[in-house]
Design a protein around this ligand. Structure first.
Ligand SMILES: NC(=O)c1ccc[n+]([C@@H]2O[C@H](COP(=O)([O-])OP(=O)(O)OC[C@H]3O[C@@H](n4cnc5c(N)ncnc54)[C@H](OP(=O)(O)O)[C@@H]3O)[C@@H](O)[C@H]2O)c1
Length: 294
């Protein structure tokens, strides 16, 4: 299928639906036990039209990147958008350069389409130094675009100050239940400043599907609750998402979230009425302002 994209004024675009790789190849340590199944799942996603593939140096301690390398072998590299991330503790100038080289080696590719700061640099690492390394990678042509994750508006603005390149995206915890990006003004900032908000944990790991409002709307549109949850996210201007699945049935289900629209009134209904909304992420809360070190 042809997955629609959202495009910035500078021409950078991301498909509304990409594949997340967290928990493929292990969690914080490498786990080889599911390699075959996970490579098949990534390939199935690409065969179905997915081009944005999101990983990180920390996923499975690098093993997710190795699996991705195996999965993309034989595909047209120019059609893929490979995104990976450098961990907060590796964001000194030398650390970042080392991390990037290691990621590139594991990914067995010549360049990364989107290189992201996984968080704001750890305390003691000046953001200026981090961004000098990021800029050099862009100038060398080995990184095509740069972005960030888990940044409040003030951190995003501070980071942007230290690079002449545009930060094209901020990747954040966002779904029908977890609304920190709305409460903290990050969604509005992205929409007003031509930045893509890439929503992670869009399905809250499958925990949303029994919620009656999703069940009702799913009936109305002939979809599943998970499809409604993903569709709601990508119906917001500037928002794209990256659900993770290594299950082929889930992949088919999730892709069914793309290519149709809910009525504006139903989008608004979920925004207002979704029960037990959480103003702060249960995984990576944004409110860690004290650490900013210009
Ligand atoms: N930048 C960051 O700090 C950050 C943080 C977290 C995540 N991320 C990125 O965002 C991606 C997505 O987030 P996430 O993986 O945490 O959460 P998620 O996509 O909301 O949920 C993934 C989990 O839900 C299951 N699932 C997927 N589709 C399903 C379906 N249709 N029905 C039932 N269960 C389903 C998956 O299991 P199966 O594999 O069995 O389907 C997996 O356990 C990550 O993979 C990662 O790439 C980034």
């Amino acid at each position: 299928m042809n997955i629609p994209t959202k495009k910035l004024k500078n021409g950078f675009e991301l498909p509304v639906y990409g594949l997340g790789l967290w928990e493929m190849g292990g969690r914080w340590e490498a786990d080889n036990s599911q390699d075959k199944r996970e490579v098949i799942a990534i390939r199935a996603a690409i065969d179905a039209g997915v081009t944005h593939l999101d990983t990180a140096e920390s996923y499975g301690k690098g093993h997710a990147e190795e699996l991705l390398a195996r999965a993309i072998e034989g595909y047209d590299r120019s059609k893929l958008v490979i995104a990976t991330k450098v961990s907060a503790w590796n964001q000194t100038y030398d650390g970042l350069r080392r991390s990037f080289d290691a990621s590139l080696k594991r990914l067995k590719t010549e360049y990364v389409d989107l290189y992201l700061l996984h968080r704001y640099p750890e305390s003691g690492i000046p953001i200026k130094e981090t961004m000098r390394a990021m800029d050099e990678l862009v100038e060398q042509g080995v990184v095509k675009n740069i972005g960030v994750c888990n940044m409040s508006v003030s951190r995003f603005v501070e980071t942007q100050k230290h690079t002449a390149k545009k930060l094209v995206c901020n990747q954040l915890h966002y779904n029908v239940k977890y609304r920190e990006v709305e409460h903290m003004g990050v969604l509005k900032f992205c929409q007003d400043n031509d930045v893509l908000l890439c929503a992670w944990r869009p399905l809250q790991k499958g925990a949303l599907s029994d919620t009656s409002i999703l069940v009702e709307l799913a009936k109305k549109y002939g979809k599943t609750p998970n499809q409604v949850a993903i569709n709601w996210l990508i119906s917001q201007p500037s928002v794209v998402t990256i659900p993770k699945t290594s299950n082929l049935d889930h992949l088919q289900e999730n892709l069914g979230a793309v290519g149709w629209s809910m009525d504006a009134a139903d989008i608004e209904l979920i925004r207002r009425e979704f029960p037990d909304q959480q103003p702060v992420s249960d995984a990576v809360p944004l409110d860690y302002e004290a650490d900013i070190e210009p």
